[in-house]
Design a binder for this molecule. Structure first.
Ligand SMILES: Cc1ncc(COP(=O)(O)O)c(C=O)c1O
Length: 283
């Protein structure tokens, strides 16, 4: 990858801001899934843009409906694959159909923050679709698998003309030196990556099995968190908090009956399940 194809940010979050601030003007449209990473909508609103939110289908991006929502006013389509908060992915066939459907004038921002966790063979790595006549901006981050969220470093990969424009919007000192050193060290630490993936796989399997035992519906996850239907999400969140366990209530994502739990170590996962079991039985 050439340096001209890369832009670094204070987390990949900042790359979302660069892209929207660089390529959208007040009144322009951005299309996204209704229940995708909440920052997309906020950033589009902040530049006076119009966010067109397309409902998920079966907890998954509905790429065909997203393609239908694109108009001549659409500047950017924002996609999270895997999606947060559902942990779902769209697959190669749908993605390729979508590429055939959407005008090449539209920037496709493909947020792959959870890329490293995906095991599904049908997963389309957006980097392999970068082409001279198609504007794709792929986002990656050191916040998830690499565990450096607090240091804030992520990056965007795209056509050099687009990256050059985004560099003009970027503050010159946006990524601090410790974050850069840590990112470089993380790239060399294959053993840490291997262990993180193993802990995540074990955690996902354990949590999904336990949700089954507790009779709780959940969305099978390709990432490092799971969306699980617990009934009164906000109340379950509060009661878990009382037991020292923090999950994310999902009312803001229009999933009032769900919480999203991030996979922890096996000790943390067991603590969570035993707290959840108590909370649910007390209702
Ligand atoms: C889909 C998605 N994209 C981007 C981010 C931002 O991550 P960061 O700014 O830490 O790289 C998150 C964080 O939760 C996310 O879920």
């Amino acid at each position: 990858m050439a340096p001209e194809n890369l832009v670094f940010g204070n987390g990949s979050n900042e790359i979302i801001e660069f892209a929207v601030r660089t390529f959208m003007r007040p009144g322009d449209e951005a299309v996204m899934a209704q229940q995708a990473f909440v920052v997309y909508n906020l950033v589009v609103q902040a530049v006076g843009g119009k966010a067109k939110a397309v409902p998920l289908r079966n907890y998954t991006h509905d790429l065909s409906a997203i393609g239908d929502a694109v108009t001549a006013q659409t500047r950017v389509v924002l996609l999270a694959n895997p999606n947060n908060p559902t942990g779902t992915i769209y697959r190669r066939e749908e993605w390729e159909r979508f590429l055939g459907q959407v005008s090449r004038d539209v920037l496709l921002l493909v947020d792959e923050a959870y890329f490293e966790y995906v095991e599904d063979a049908g997963y389309p790595n957006s980097l392999t679709y970068h082409a001279a006549d198609r504007a794709i901006l792929t986002l990656r981050t050191f916040s998830k698998l690499y565990g450096l969220a607090g240091l804030r470093i992520g990056y965007g990969i795209g056509p050099k003309e687009l990256i050059a424009l985004m560099q003009r919007v970027r503050q010159p000192f946006n990524v601090n030196a410790p974050a850069q050193w840590a990112a470089l060290a993380a790239l060399d630490d294959a053993e840490h990556m291997r262990r993180s993936l193993e802990v995540n796989r074990q955690g996902i399997d354990y949590l999904q099995k336990e949700f089954g035992r507790l009779g709780l519906e959940f969305v099978p996850s390709c990432a490092n968190f799971i969306l699980v239907r617990v009934g009164k999400g906000q109340e379950v969140f509060q009661r878990l908090l009382g037991q020292g366990v923090i999950v994310r209530p999902m009312g803001g994502y229009q999933f009032p009956e769900h919480v999203r739990v991030t996979v922890g170590t096996m000790v943390e996962n067991r603590t969570f399940i035993s707290a959840l079991e108590k909370v649910i039985k007390a209702f």
